[in-house]
Design a protein around this ligand. Structure first.
Ligand code: F6R
Length: 616
């Protein structure tokens, strides 16, 4: 979704802003823009529909000099993707400009009020309303930019992260947020400041970061300390954190796409995820969140998992793990439904929020609702320091590193790993898992990275297979038990990057409708490793074969039975049934990837999708 970069200091702003926009490309966007105030206090705004490279082309030969600037990648919400609707938006006088992430919900009312005062609008966006409102207030009350921003934001309903500059105040950058993340990077000796909608565009310049909180306004003035106040102008204590980011994770390291790199990174990511937590030598799982919140977690009568998309699929696996190991009921909810459904939440519930980005608006709202009812909130988050990480009582980071490809891969296996660690460690604390099973989980989990490496060796085989399916219009993905959520995830991966319609289903449920779709044209992917329901899924496969379906099956190595039925099989190493999703998901990621590549599509930034869904 939309991305923000800002800079104030002594260096030229333009190269920093453009590099930052490139770093944010992974979020998905449709247009980009930049605004810079020159030494002569001239405000230059450049915008382009399309990619950041289109913006760079548009900027050729134009004045981009100056050491104060803001930049933006836009993912359309209000108004079509176009140059006019791209940010930064200018005020009527052309003196003030801003970039904005989020949605101004009462923009129509504010727009009508401004129209009646003689303001006109060039774009269809909610953002232009905000910059005009700031200017209107500034001119009416003859006040400085910061005060005008504060008054304007008090009139706004909705979500925003904004960065505002005014050519009349060329040493100042004003930033503010509500329900949309914003990070300030503090450079050396207060001589320069960086702003980002996440840490990735600014991490190479400084480790010192301030995560702005809701309803806070920060003034970044050249040569002065950062000043943060609330919307009511109360002073806020500043908390500077040291944020380490592995910038190597932000480039493709020779892979054709971030998605492919991230698929291949999974063995190392899972090792990182388990480091210091799974102690093979001592046959122990140590999670500080469990140590610190032991009583609260052990007294929970119920767990509720809230998440979206791929994280929701990981949640479905988490449900099975917690119920199987701990014998506690678990409900899995789409955060977007949960937040508006008036759900029953007890104060002794534990709500687990799962999120790669840690910024998903619906998941954040579900957390707020859970807190309002007194439930404890536990985060399973990847992005360190993100809003969800900061808004939960405790949690476990997945530690798989920044995920850049829009289609989630390593974050999913990281989430499943964390949920396996959590469920096993809780069950052990509760005395609900026998020692032998617990030890076998530990042994097998520690072997998973190497087994993932073996699955990745199937890459060439899957690439060849993908060529057959490039022209398919539909796919069915079927699984049972532990691998039913993997079927959903496999279908989601394929549709989001290849634009082929795909449905995931519990294999036995197929008879109740989807089987009508099966004919010789229909590729049907069965996820059928050895587990408790293996024999049952063989019967489901026979039903598809009887209707000439084109079966591709993911099976355990050495399988002979499925080979008699399926047209194609992809083998994975043997492991415990509860751990199979960590292996079966990988061939499905590779299949989706190669089909999309064959179709010549933009794998890392599929159409219409955003990496971090910061609007509801
Ligand atoms: C799919 C995908 C999305 C995200 C969803 C939740 O590949 O990436 O479905 O899983 O938008 O995002 P997070 O996990 O950041 O809350």
């Amino acid at each position: 979704m939309c991305g923000i970069v800002g800079y104030i200091g002594k260096r030229e702003a333009y190269p920093i802003l453009i590099k930052g926009l490139h770093r944010l490309e992974y979020r998905g966007y449709d247009s980009a823009g930049v605004a810079i105030i020159s030494k002569e206090m001239r405000l230059n705004v450049l915008k382009a529909q399309g990619k950041v490279s289109d913006l760079e082309n548009a900027a050729q030969g134009k004045d981009t000099c100056g050491s104060l600037g803001i930049a933006h990648t836009r993912w359309a919400t209000h108004g079509i993707p176009s140059q006019v609707n791209a940010h930064p938006h200018l005020s009527q006088s052309g003196e003030i400009t801003l970039v904005h992430n989020g949605i101004i919900e009462n923009y129509a009312t504010l727009r009508a009020q401004l129209l009646s005062k003689g303001y006109t609008f060039k774009s269809q966006t909610d953002t232009e309303v905000l910059v005009q409102l700031i200017e209107y207030i500034q001119k009416k009350h003859h006040i400085n930019l910061t005060t005008a921003v504060r008054i304007a934001l008090n009139k706004v309903i909705g979500a925003y992260a904004i960065v505002v500059i005014d050519s009349k105040e060329p040493d100042l950058l004003v930033v503010a947020r509500k329900s949309s993340p914003l990070v300030i990077g503090v450079g050396e000796g207060n001589n320069e400041f960086f702003v980002g909608s996440d840490a990735s565009p600014i991490a190479e310049y400084t480790k010192k970061m301030i995560y702005l909180k809701d309803d806070e306004v920060a003034e970044l003035t050249r040569g002065e300390e950062v000043k943060i106040t609330t919307l009511n102008n109360d002073k806020v204590d500043i908390c500077i954190q040291n944020v380490e980011m592995d910038l190597g994770q932000l480039d493709k390291s020779g892979y054709a796409h971030f998605m492919l790199k991230e698929i291949f990174d999974q063995p190392d990511c899972i090792t990182d995820c388990m480091r210091g937590r799974l102690l093979l030598e001592y046959k122990k799982i140590v999670l500080s969140a469990i140590t610190d919140y032991r009583d609260r977690l052990l007294s929970a009568k119920r767990f509720i998992i809230v998440s979206c998309g791929t994280s929701w699929h990981a949640g479905l696996i988490g449900k099975q793990l917690i119920e199987e190991f701990c014998r506690i009921p678990v409900h899995v909810e789409y955060a977007s439904e949960f937040r508006y459904r008036n759900p029953v939440i007890f104060s002794n519930d534990v709500v687990i929020a799962i999120s790669q980005s840690g910024e998903t608006a619906d998941t954040l709202a579900a957390i707020e609702l859970a807190k309002k009812h007194g439930a404890m909130v536990f985060g399973v988050v990847n992005a360190v320091g993100s809003s969800i990480a900061r808004n939960t009582d405790t949690g476990i980071y997945t530690h798989v590193g920044p995920e850049i490809g829009v289609a989630s891969t390593k974050a999913f296996t990281g989430q499943v790993t964390v949920l396996t660690l959590l469920a096993s460690a809780l069950a052990k604390e509760m005395n609900r898992i026998d020692d032998e099973y617990f030890t076998s989980i530990i042994n097998e989990l520690s072997a998973i990275p190497d087994k993932m490496r073996l699955v990745l060796q199937k890459n060439d085989e899957i690439e060849v297979l993908s060529k057959i399916f490039t022209y398919a219009h539909n796919f069915l993905y079927l699984g049972r038990g532990w691998n039913y959520p993997v079927a959903l995830e496999g279908a989601l991966k394929l549709k989001e990057i290849s634009y082929i319609h795909a449905e995931g289903y519990p294999a036995a449920e197929m008879k109740h409708g989807p089987i009508a779709l099966v004919d010789s044209e229909m590729p049907v992917v069965f996820i059928a490793p050895h587990h408790e329901l293996y024999k049952k899924i063989i019967s489901n496969m026979q039903e598809v074969k009887a209707r000439n379906g084109n079966i591709i099956a993911i099976v355990t190595e050495g399988d002979t039975e499925v080979k008699q039925i399926a047209k194609t099989v992809i083998e994975i190493p043997n492991t415990l049934p509860c751990l199979t999703p960590l292996l079966t998901s990988i061939p499905l990621q590779l299949l989706a990837y190669h089909v999309a590549v064959q179709k010549g599509l933009n794998v890392d930034q599929p159409r219409n999708l955003a990496k971090s869904v910061t609007v509801e």
